[in-house]
Design a protein around this ligand. Sequence first.
Ligand code: SF4
Length: 304
Amino acid sequence: MDVIAGPGCPVCILPAAEIDEAISLALNEVTVVTFGDVIRVPGSESSLQEAKASGGDVRIVYGVGDAVRMAEKEPDKDFVFFAIGFETTAPSTAIEILNKPPQNLSFLVSHRLIPPAMELLLGVGNLHIDGFIAPGHVSTIIGMKPYEIFPNAYRMPTVIAGFEPLDVLFAISMLLQQLKDGEARLENEYKRSVTWEGNVKAQRLMEQVFSVVDGCWRGLGKLPLSALALKEEFLEYDARKKYDLQIERPRDLMPGCLCHLVMIGKIKPPECPLYMKACTPQTPKGACMVSIEGTCRIWAKHKL
Ligand code: SF4
């Protein structure tokens, strides 16, 4: 039995084009505000950290509310909040937009959705998946319902799990039981947080502010209906529109980097020729080595 990480790290799946957009803003007198892990993620040629070293104003925050407060305090500056993350963080972006933030703050929206990425995995050849462990935090928001498709249409056992070691172990035993029974069911190990409907209020906030659109994932191309974009009535907050961002020929992967194969579980990090040679936690060459949730970073940390 093997337990493999999928494309569930929100930093790892950010396409280079969207990092490049944030870098171009930072280098053009716009203050870019985002989460800590994001600033080290490689874009096509550099990272936000390098843009900061070159004089760009890049600030790290714990949440979008901090960006709103900064923009209010410094009304003469232009701020952009680089809004990344899955269904877990998208509602907090939505609520700040509904609260009408100051005009000097706009949003570079890079939110992505988990179920379409799980569907992608089912179409990858030679990837023999026997069951899914679905993520607890995302499921707290979206509930169990969106995963019905996996046992019903794909006959894929699916268990929603929390993040504690015992949660994961229990989820594995639930999956094994389904395999033993020869059945595919949707089960919920994370009952203390996840319900069938999920957090309906958070879902409504997302539906009010965002449309579901096709979105690019690093090294994986465009996945149908896997991203969020601001609805027409909120375009005044859209940084792409406000600054007319155009990125030409972005490069998701540097030569030799196999992040895209790591993210879909086709290879393990040591099979990448750069792993712990050119690419280390101190010198990441690919996105999977940057975030503490990145597969390569986890392998490096635990010396697997
Ligand atoms: S070792 Fe580095 S370059 Fe290779 S897949 Fe992992 S993050 Fe990407």
